[in-house]
Design a binder for this molecule. Structure first.
Ligand code: PGA
Ligand code: ZN
Length: 430
């Protein structure tokens, strides 16, 4: 089945910023759409998101150049190709761009095309995307990590730590994880309203609190879990995304809220101390992206009892993941399609992570679209975990709800092991 045309349009993400949508059409008239998300706390090793930089339009953020690459050079390369050869198509796109970071054509142009073709292939086969991407092997429903409080770059830096999330540790099914989350999310609203500490909603839909210390958020989160009727650390664990690259400047880590400054050793000690003090089961980016020694010391101290996820640290880049595996800097990898720029490379990053006995966590971006490709990707690859932000705003709920639909489609083939995924990879939650 041949691809007969590519079209592209500028749409808007959940922050109201321009992004790319690509539409691939096949010889039988089947279409597939690829909608590209966009980050804010981006790692320096991510593939390039091409923006026009014309300050007079959309504050420099328009993507018209990327669109013209899709309908120009990329279309010439792609038209006539077999829609079912995703690997060959992605390899051709990488070669056509010719740069390590996809900076010539733009990772947004390339990824939009790659996703549109993957979706068109599924549509042509009349299969749900997860069946097509996973070639019938994807049956594991993910354990969600869901944001309750948001901070960092997603809430104007009011709280230094970016994501305060929960994981439903004893849930027996995917549905039950959402029930637990819903209960905690609404309990947190009640607590914040009563205390008069609600400043608004952060970019990923979590509450944006007015606290004086980062650790005050732990206390509010623990109170929310208890108000919802659960025991922190037993039914519900805390998961953090420190996004420490954003806190690292001129060789030091800074918590601006508390006016505290740390060297690498001191910041690692702070992270380790938090895991000892609070019911934390997972930490993402506890150290800055290139602080390899800092990562190693955190991994050595708490890697046996806590998931340590590299986001900016790995940027879904197999070369960086392999370096991390060799140096033992983490035990999990955040997976974001637009950090690397093709569907094939994203799946390869997941496979490499799994081969090392590490855990892949499929993730949204802070700037999202209504598309739910990542829900399918998580199930297709049996990744076991999904991170999409909070439990509000439809660009987030679209993903959580899509997993419910996938569960129905799988019927009795659906599997759920929840937090069992941790012990599978040698992490013993304490
Ligand atoms: P980003 O945030 O999409 O702004 O990078 C998400 C994350 O850090 O995990
Ligand atoms: Zn992150």
């Amino acid at each position: 089945m041949k691809i007969t045309s590519l079209d592209a349009l500028q749409i808007f993400d959940s922050r109201g910023n321009p992004t790319v949508e690509v539409i691939a059409t096949l010889e039988d008239g089947t279409t597939g759409h690829g909608l590209v998300p966009s980050g804010a706390s981006t790692g320096h090793h991510e593939a390039l998101e091409l923006r026009d930089g014309d300050k007079s339009r959309f504050n420099g953020k328009s993507v018209f150049k990327a669109l013209s690459h899709v309908t120009g050079e990329i279309a010439s390369e792609v038209i006539g190709r077999d829609v079912f050869d995703q690997t060959g198509l992605d390899a051709a796109l990488i070669a056509l761009d010719g740069t390590p970071g996809k900076s010539r054509l733009g990772a947004n142009a390339i990824l939009g095309t790659s996703m549109a073709v993957a979706q068109a292939a599924a549509n042509a086969k009349r299969l749900p995307l997860f069946e097509s991407l996973g070639q019938g092997e994807g049956t594991l429903l993910p354990l969600p990590e869901i944001q309750i409080f948001g901070g960092g770059k997603h809430a104007q830096g009011r709280i230094d730590i970016q994501d305060f999330m929960i994981m439903a540790l004893t849930a027996k099914s995917y549905d039950e994880t959402l029930e637990v989350t819903s209960n905690v999310f609404h309990a947190a609203a009640e607590i914040m309203r009563k205390r008069g500490l609600l400043a608004g909603v952060a970019d990923e839909g979590g509450y944006w609190p007015m606290f004086d210390r980062n650790e005050d958020v732990f206390d509010a989160l623990i109170a929310s879990i208890e108000l919802a009727g659960y025991t922190p650390g037993r039914e519900v664990g805390i998961s953090l995304d420190i996004a420490a690259t954003d806190l690292f400047h001129d060789g030091h880590y800074t918590l601006g809220l508390e006016k505290r400054r740390f060297n690498s050793e001191q910041f690692a000690a702070l992270m380790i101390g938090w895991v000892e003090k609070y019911p934390i089961v997972s930490i993402e980016d506890p150290m800055a992206e290139d602080d390899w020694d800092g990562w190693k010391s955190v991994r050595q101290a708490i890697g046996h009892r806590c998931q340590l996820i590299g986001d900016d640290h790995f940027t879904t880049n197999i070369t960086r993941i392999e370096r991390g595996i060799a140096a033992n800097t983490a035990n999990a990898v955040l997976i974001k399609l637009n950090q690397i720029g093709t569907v094939t490379e994203t799946i390869a990053a997941i496979r490499r992570t799994q081969k090392a006995g590490w855990l892949p966590v499929v993730s949204a971006r802070s700037g999202e679209t209504e598309d739910s490709f990542i829900a399918h990707l998580a199930v297709a690859t049996n990744a076991g975990q999904l991170k999409v932000g909070s439990f509000s705003r439809s660009e987030r709920m679209a993903k959580w709800n899509e997993v419910l639909r996938i569960q129905r489609q799988l019927g009795n083939r659906a599997r759920f092991i929840g937090a069992g995924i941790f012990s599978n990879s040698g992490i013993q939650l304490s």
